[in-house]
Design a protein around this ligand. Structure first.
Ligand code: UTP
Length: 276
C-alpha cells in the first residue's frame, strides 16, 4: 500500500573518514554488498518500490550502483560471475529510482523536506541506510508497514539503549499500548541521560504521513543548528498521531567503525556460504 521510500544519503559520514572522503558512506560494503543495497532490499520487501534518494555532492556512486553497467555485464557474460549481479539486477527491474539533492547539510528534517518533490502527498517510508536492520522473520520496514495499515499514522522504530547513550539518539516518552507498541507523547533529540524521558531510542526506520512536510516547513531549526525530524514528529505526537514500535530484530549502527565491524562479523556468520 505504501509505495514510496525515501533514503536521505546526503550526510558527510565524518565518523568514517578518510574512507568517506571521496566515497559515500552508504556504499561501504558489508561482506560483498553495499549498505544502501541492503536498505533498498528491505524497502522492496515492504512493498515500497518507488525509491527516492536525497543525495549530495560526491554521492554519484549510488546512482551508478542502481543502474546497469553494460561493459561489466558484457565482460562477465557466460561466466559464473554473472550470479553475483543477480540481486542488484532484480532490484533495478522492480524499482524506479529518483534523485534530488540537498545542497547544504541542514539535518535529517531538512533532508526529508527536500524529498517532498519525490514523495508527493502520500505516506512514505524513510530508511537511514547506515542503520543496518535485520528482522526476525519479516524485515523491520515490512513490520512497520503492517502497523501503518492498522494505525494510519506515523510510525517510528525504537530500540532500548543504555541510558548512558541517549545523547546519540532521539528519545521518546510514550504510553504503552502493548508489549512492543507505544503511543508517543513527547520526544527529545539527543538528550543528556538525566534529561532523557526513557531509554527508548529512535533508530533509522520511519513511516511518515505527508502532513509532516507542512510541519517541517514551519519547524524552527533545532539542536546543533539542524532541522530535526524529531521536532516535527513531536508536533504530530501532540495530536496522538505517532506510534513507536520496538521492532522484532536486530539493528547495527554501521556509521561508526565498531558498529561496522560488528555488522560485518554478524553477516559473515549469518550469510557467508561456508565450504563443505
Ligand atoms: P548521520 O549523522 O548518522 O550521518 O545522519 P552523517 O552526518 O553522514 O555521519 P557522521 O555523523 O558525519 O559520521 C543520519 C542519516 O541522515 C542523512 C545521512 O546521510 C545519514 O544517512 N542526513 C543527515 C542527510 O541526508 N542530510 C543531513 O543534513 C543530515
Amino acid at each position: 500500500m505504501i509505495k514510496k521510500c525515501l533514503f536521505p544519503v546526503a550526510g558527510y559520514g565524518t565518523r568514517f573518514l578518510p574512507a568517506t572522503k571521496a566515497m559515500p558512506k552508504e556504499m561501504l560494503p558489508i561482506l560483498d554488498k553495499p549498505l544502501v543495497q541492503y536498505a533498498v532490499e528491505e524497502a522492496v520487501e515492504a512493498g515500497m518500490t518507488d525509491i527516492g534518494f536525497v543525495t549530495g555532492r560526491g554521492k554519484r556512486a549510488i546512482e551508478d550502483h542502481f543502474d546497469v553497467s553494460y561493459e561489466l555485464e558484457h565482460q562477465i557474460a557466460g561466466t559464473g560471475k554473472e550470479k553475483a549481479l543477480e540481486g542488484i539486477r532484480q532490484l533495478i527491474e522492480q524499482c524506479t529510482f529518483s534523485y534530488t539533492r540537498q545542497i547544504e547539510m541542514g539535518g535529517l528534517g531538512d533532508a526529508i523536506l527536500k524529498g517532498r518533490a519525490l514523495v508527493g502527498d502520500e505516506p512514505f517510508g524513510v530508511v537511514l541506510a547506515d542503520d543496518l536492520c535485520f528482522g526476525n522473520g519479516a524485515g523491520v520496514l515490512l513490520q512497520m508497514a503492517r502497523l501503518y495499515r492498522q494505525f494510519r499514522c506515523s510510525i517510528v522504530a525504537i530500540e532500548e539503549v543504555p541510558k548512558s547513550e541517549t545523547r546519540s539518539y532521539g528519545v521518546i516518552a510514550g504510553e504503552a499500548l502493548s508489549d512492543r507498541l507505544y503511543r508517543v507523547t513527547d520526544m527529545v533529540e539527543k538528550p543528556a541521560p538525566e534529561d532523557a524521558p526513557s531509554n527508548f531510542a529512535i533508530v533509522g526506520r520511519y513511516i511518515l504521513t505527508p502532513d509532516i512536510f507542512q510541519i517541517l516547513e514551519r519547524t524552527p531549526v533545532g539542536k546543533n543548528g539542524e532541522l530535526q525530524i524529531t521536532d516535527a514528529l513531536r508536533e504530530q505526537a501532540r495530536e496522538g498521531c505517532v506510534i513507536a514500535y520496538r521492532f522484532d530484530g536486530r539493528r547495527i549502527d554501521c556509521g561508526s567503525v565498531p558498529g561496522f565491524v560488528e555488522a560485518t562479523n554478524y553477516c559473515y556468520e549469518r550469510f557467508f556460504p561456508k565450504e563443505g
